[in-house]
Write a protein that binds this ligand. Structure first.
Ligand code: HEM
Ligand SMILES: [Cu+2]
Length: 827
């Protein structure tokens, strides 16, 4: 088969439907990555326009441009859009597009999940955008502190848009994080061991793991606050046994890691682009990997530094202040690696490099003011002033937007297959750089003079007028610069002349295929033996196109790729992907209906939407797997691998593991909240504790243990070739017993609206019941699958997936019961 024929055949298998209707059914990561990026930059523009409105308002004292109500909505939506609808999705988009190409594979682990995540983002974002245009946008600031955002002080629907809309959008972040983690660990070109992975993949891996453990606290906080607002469960009300500081803890448990979730991928761009611009390799690969892992761990221990002025004990303040300055160490390791790389290479001042230099300067200043505010007495002075706003923009713009633009310009020839011929980008850079520093240097200054953040106006005699005007004029220069970048990129995408492959002479795999890359990425998957495969073997692109790697012979209409062993990169098993489908967008729409009915408080739709979600999810998984034993199939180069359904650790198993890690973080945050209120909030123990009930506890523990044992028995029987359906149904019954126990506990909770204790128990019980229901659903589904012939001695994948969820539901169910019973037994 020649290269052209191979291309035609593969493209027929992998391409999305033609025309714009193809957007709704595509599951191709390149298309979805592009859709993510375009939508993210659309929100960058929206957020940017809002920031222009802010600066227009603040340019002069007593500006009549926007009143306080409108101003509150504008700055809240600016912050919210930039953080949740621009920064995170832009990273997801870039990673979704690039990761399979960098790793030498054909798609991400779960193509339909990529699509579902995108549509959750699109629909959730649309909800927030609607609120903005309707004039009912959130107005409590992007960190939404109660009691300001509680039912008493923000009775309108504005805050609900934030809590519900953002939670909806978070689903897409969790989807992308699960997807990227599993893809990076399992979906690589054969031979690519962990230490041969492109450095960008390491950054994205660590970022994805941080999303899995960083976002759940915020989701929990949003759920609790929405429950307080909608049903009067008083988690944050001091007079009813709650505490508004609980929100601050949950928010910053998310919020501080969030800063690194935004920064790390940007640093990953720098670590990727800088060596290429310097015509060398990254200095200290291993050190950089160690530094980013350390940074991730550290970042979870710093959240309290956002709460120095809340009156927490001074020992805590001292600890978190010291810990915060520690972050400088891993950051410095990276900076030294970059400087060393520049030193040993021959840097070439092309456009991406300009943005990297802009990043250096800006980020270092942002880091310095960061160390300043980590010093507690200084923070007391500048807290809630424009100084903080200036600091955060130096970090976010310097640490994120500059590297992102470097990355966009670096990968533009790959996206478009064209070469730049206008010099617009250089002028734009100068405007962006000058405009940015003008805007925010001035805000440091005016902040030190005492201008608070989030004020819609100030007095003429405050002495801030000239500085504010300067800042506002600079911000318009910045905006013009950014608009020019946009024009430059659009011109490049559509009218520039065709460019050559690999214009930067980079060593990573994305440049070893066509530009723009075809729908299937690689005509055959290469065998990797070096960190810079394209440099190590100049003939690689031709050999990939010539089908000399793995899976070079298309089989029927199957979308096939292979996975590898995590550490060594040895081929593991073959994966067959589902084809284009509208199932993801439909599921996202029904998920949206669920959130929408909560938002507008039409509660009878909620169960209907939930049933819809369950039915569609069943249809989703039903299409997977196979009904015949197939045995190892040849994948080329003399290797044969089993299909995914015939392994214990299938893609579904890996995905479940990481999803459950996020889930466990959510549950852990819930327990943290319970313990926090118990120790801190007034009125615990409340007047009426839940009375312990021995039969309830015994039935629950018994059911959980029985379920775990019976599930294992099911797997054992199946492995022995004996019928497994009966034990599967018995597991279901045991789960039911645990469910009854947790349900009676939840039903007996005293006064949930009268005291935070009852409210907390209600949520704990609800969490337990939800997971028991989920496990029961899976067991029922599994028994039908067994009857339909999808499970055999070799096709055991589904059993192992269900076992994970059964174990998790059993364990959390028991913990829920213990949480309800043990404290009472103790006091
Ligand atoms: C495009 C240029 C930008 C300008 C001119 C700008 C300007 C501003 C200004 C003046 C404020 C303060 C509002 C106030 O306290 O009254 C603000 C707040 C904020 N900005 Fe930006 N910004 C820009 C880009 C960004 C980016 C790229 C991000 C994040 C990735 C971001 C995130 C935030 C956040 C989180 C807040 C705090 C909002 C709040 O207090 O609720 N901004 N911005
Ligand atoms: Cu922080």
């Amino acid at each position: 088969m020649n290269a052209l024929k191979r291309h035609r055949e593969l493209d027929a298998i992998w391409a999305s439907e033609k025309g714009w209707t193809g957007w709704f059914s595509t599951v191709n990561h390149s298309d979805l990555g592009r859709m993510f990026l375009v939508l993210a930059f659309f929100y960058f523009a929206v957020g940017g326009i809002l920031s222009m409105l802010i600066r227009a308002q603040l340019a002069t004292p007593h500006s009549a441009f926007a009143g306080p109500e409108v101003y509150n909505q504008i700055f809240t939506m600016h912050g919210t859009i930039m953080m949740f609808l621009f920064a995170i999705p832009a990273i997801e988009g870039l990673a979704v597009y690039l990761i399979p190409k960098l790793l030498g594979t054909r798609d991400l682990a779960y193509p339909r999940l990529t699509a579902y995540g995108f549509w959750c983002y699109a629909f959730g974002g649309a909800m927030l955008l609607f609120s903005l245009f309707a004039g009912i946008a959130p107005d409590g600031g992007w960190f939404m502190y109660p009691p300001l955002t509680g039912p008493l002080h923000s009775p309108g629907i504005n805050t609900d848009f934030w809590l519900i809309g953002i939670t909806f959008v978070e689903i897409s972040a969790i989807c992308a994080a699960v997807e990227l983690t599993v893809s990076i660990l399992k979906y690589r070109a054969p031979g690519m061991s962990l230490d041969k992975m492109p450095i960008f993949a390491w950054y994205i891996l660590v970022t994805a793991l941080m999303i899995l453990t960083g976002f759940p606290p915020l989701i929990l906080g949003s759920v609790l606050l929405e429950l307080e607002r909608a049903f009067g469960l008083p988690f944050f009300q001091t007079d009813l046994g709650g505490d508004s500081l609980l929100w601050q803890h949950l928010f910053w448990l998310f919020g501080h890691p969030e800063v690194y979730i935004i920064f790390l991928p940007a640093a990953g761009i720098v670590s990727t682009v800088l060596p290429v611009m310097a015509r060398t390799t990254l200095l200290g690969y291993g050190w950089v990997v160690a530094a980013i892992v350390a940074l991730a761990f550290l970042s979870f221990g710093l959240w309290v530094h956002h709460m120095f002025t809340t009156g927490i004990p001074s020992l805590g303040v001292a600890f978190f202040s010291a810990a915060s300055t520690l972050v400088a160490v891993p950051t410095a390791v990276q900076i030294f690696a970059w400087i060393g790389t520049l030193w040993k290479g021959r840097p070439d001042l092309r456009l991406p490099m300009l943005y990297i230099l802009g990043f250096f300067l800006t980020f270092v200043i942002g880091g310095l003011t960061g160390v300043m505010v980590a010093i507690v007495p200084f923070d007391w002075q500048v807290h809630d002033t424009a100084f903080i706003t200036a600091h955060l923009h130096y970090v976010l713009f310097g640490g994120f937007v500059f590297p992102l633009l470097a990355g966009i310009y670096y990968w533009l020839p790959l996206f478009s297959g064209r070469q730049r011929f206008f010099r617009l980008g250089e002028i734009a850079f100068a405007l962006v750089f000058a405009g940015f520093h003008g805007t925010f240097l001035a805000m440091h200054w005016v902040g030190l003079l005492g201008q608070r953040r989030r004020i819609h106006t100030y007095d003429a005699d405050a002495g801030w007028t000239a500085i504010n005007l300067f800042s506002s004029v600079s911000s318009f220069i910045l905006a013009i610069g950014l608009a020019m970048v946009l024009v430059d990129v659009i011109l490049n995408l559509f009218v520039a002349v065709r460019g050559k492959r690999n214009p930067w002479n980079a060593g990573t795999l994305e440049w070893a295929t066509m530009a723009p890359p075809p729908s299937y990425n690689f005509a055959s998957l290469p065998e990797i033996s070096s960190r810079d495969p394209a440099h190590a073997d100049p003939g690689l692109p031709n050999r990939i196109a010539g089908g000399e790697g793995y899976l070079g012979q298309p089989r029927g209409t199957l979308r096939e790729t292979l996975t590898v062993d995590i550490a060594s990169g040895r081929p593991d098993y073959v994966v067959r992907y589902p084809a284009n489908t509208r199932l993801p967008i439909t599921l996202a729409a029904v998920t949206g209906l669920f959130f929408l009915s909560l938002l507008v408080k039409v509660y009878w739709i909620v169960p209907i939407a939930l049933i819809g979600v369950v039915l569609l999810a069943c249809r989703w998984v039903w299409g997977l797997g196979q009904r015949v034993d197939e045995g190892p199939v040849p994948v080329g180069r003399g290797v044969s691998l089993p299909p995914a359904a015939e392994t214990a650790k299938s893609p579904g198993w890996w995905g479940s593991v990481f999803l459950l890690i996020a889930d466990a973080t959510f549950f852990g945050s819930l327990i943290f909240g319970y313990a926090f209120l118990w120790t801190i909030a007034p009125g615990w123990p409340p007047p009426e504790w839940l009375q312990p009930l021995a039969p309830e506890l015994a039935a629950g523990v018994g059911g959980a243990v029985a379920a775990a044992v019976l599930m294992r028995l099911t797997i054992r029987r199946n492995a022995d070739g004996r019928p497994a359906r009966i034990t599967c149904l018995l597991t279901l019954a045991a789960m039911g017993m645990l469910g009854v126990a947790v349900a009676t506990m939840t039903g007996r909770v005293p006064a949930p609206t009268g005291h935070a204790y009852g409210a907390a128990l209600l949520v704990v019980g609800g969490y337990g019941m939800l997971h028991i229901a989920l496990a029961a659903l899976m067991l029922g589904f599994l028994s039908v699958r067994i009857a339909a012939g999808y499970v055999s001695v070799t096709r055991k994948a589904e059993l192992h997936i269900v076992r994970l969820w059964v174990d998790y539901a059993a364990a959390t169910g028991v913990i829920c019961l213990l949480i309800a019973h043990v404290p009472v037994l103790l006091t």
